[in-house]
Write a protein that binds this ligand. Structure first.
Ligand code: NDP
Ligand code: GDR
Length: 364
């Protein structure tokens, strides 16, 4: 890195990846600006440890109110911060929710990308500001080739994936049309202890930890056969930065190259927590029993998606070769870390309950 202190703007800084990336860039000596939307309660849990009062000395981390659906806020923040790098991580990122809120998902996840790219152009920053777009393995949807790599044709299967496809091509178009340094990271699923509670991995580790302590009876899931290539978010944000440090902007697949089913994830998390799960029945009747024969995992069709992505497996050879990147964390280490952290928070909830208070009980 040059001696001049670099400035980065992260949209989606309050999310899983935003938190890991902000920490990573601050350690690299960046000044980091984060775009945060207004919420009625604080939504900064994941970045509170990074935040310092702006009245202190040498503060390098700043938050700005803005929204991906509001061009004026995006233009204003980019003008004020003049970033060397923009990481566009903000999105309505839940695939199932995108079937319920398709128009909002398109507004934030598709048009939001266009708004940022146009803001860079309007402000004349095409040659200064490098742009990272959080693209996704969901673009492959109904897979046309296994494993999936940069050249695999896309076939999106949800309003989320269709919106992300628009963002993907806008990035390619602005790169070709205006010579902007803009890249797509086509990231396969990546998880962590700070993953949102309604994504399947975190839902599983959180529920099993609570079942172990008697705070919850049963974990209800959808498609147990879905297969994903799961990595650790901490490893994947390093790649987001690496992609913006190359001579030429290019798109990269980021994945582990190993695939497991949702059922495998349940088994691994249960084993980590010392719970035995025996599977009985088939289809919507399938259930997971504990050692005493009690049902602790069941299928609820409510969690089936109108169109499902059954299988994803990535080939990150290009990133390995050109960026020298490979994931540091194995599947077993990822599951263990998530299960351990969720057991700690379940233990806190148990204490709260013992003292007569009602613990949070939202299990979507
Ligand atoms: P999260 O859902 O954890 O975080 C999303 C972030 O976007 C949050 O900060 C959220 O704010 C913010 N956000 C949502 N809508 C808006 C809006 N309209 N305006 C401003 N901010 C908004 O996602 P992840 O960190 O897991 O993912 C980061 C990005 O990477 C997303 O774009 C996602 O689609 C993409 N992606 C993720 C993968 C994964 O496996 N994690 C894989 C491939 C791509 P708030 O905290 O207020 O909700
Ligand atoms: P995904 O992640 O849709 O791949 O998108 P999610 O964890 O939501 O689902 C993975 C698979 O598990 C199946 N599944 C369930 N999913 C949820 N959420 N809840 C359940 O109860 C359940 N039961 C089974 C799903 O059907 C699916 O097949 C994530 C997001 O982070 C996106 O933003 C990102 O682009 C992709 O990963 C790559």
């Amino acid at each position: 890195m040059s001696s001049r202190q670099k400035t980065a703007l992260i949209t989606g800084v309050t999310g899983q990846d935003g938190a890991y990336l902000a920490e990573f860039l601050l350690k690299k000596g960046y000044v980091v600006h984060g775009l945060k939307r207004r919420t009625s309660l604080f939504n900064t849990d994941r970045i509170d440890h990074l935040y310092r009062d702006r009245h202190e000395k040498n503060v390098n981390f700043f938050l700005h109110h803005g929204d991906m659906t509001d061009s004026s806020s995006l233009i204003r923040i980019i003008q004020q911060t003049q970033p060397d790098e923009i990481y566009n991580l903000a999105a309505q990122s839940h695939v199932a929710v995108s079937f319920e809120e398709p128009e909002y998902t398109a507004n934030s996840d598709a048009l939001g990308v266009l708004r940022l790219l146009e803001a860079i152009r309007i402000l004349g920053l095409e040659k200064k500001t490098r742009f990272y777009q959080a693209s996704t393995s969901e673009l492959y949807g109904l897979v046309q080739e296994t494993p999936q790599k940069e050249t695999t044709p896309f076939y999106p299967r949800s309003p989320y994936a269709v919106a992300k496809l628009y963002g993907y091509w806008m990035v390619v178009n602005y790169r070709e049309a205006y010579g902007m340094y803009a890249c797509n990271g086509i990231l396969f699923n990546h998880e962590s202890p700070i993953r949102g509670e309604t994504f399947v991995t975190r839902k599983i580790t959180r529920a099993l930890a609570r079942i172990k302590l008697g705070l919850q009876d049963c974990l209800y899931l959808g498609n147990l056969d879905a297969r994903r290539d799961w990595g650790h978010a901490r490893d994947y944000v390093e790649m987001q930065w690496l992609m913006l440090q190359q001579e030429q902007p290019e798109d990269f697949v980021i994945a582990t190259g190993v695939q497991y089913s949702v059922r495998d994830f349940v088994d691994a998390a249960a084993a980590e927590l010392g719970i035995t799960v025996s599977w009985v029945g088939q289809g919507v009747e399938e259930r997971g029993l504990d050692a005493a024969g009690k049902t602790i995992v069941a299928v609820d069709p409510k969690y089936f998606r109108p169109t499902e992505v059954e299988t994803l497996l990535g080939d990150a050879s290009k990133a390995k070769e050109k960026l020298g990147w490979q994931p540091a964390t194995t599947f077993a280490e990822l599951v263990a870390e998530m299960a351990r952290e969720d057991l700690r928070s379940a233990e806190r909830d148990e204490l709260v309950k013992q003292h007569g208070y009602k613990a949070m009980n939202y299990n979507e």
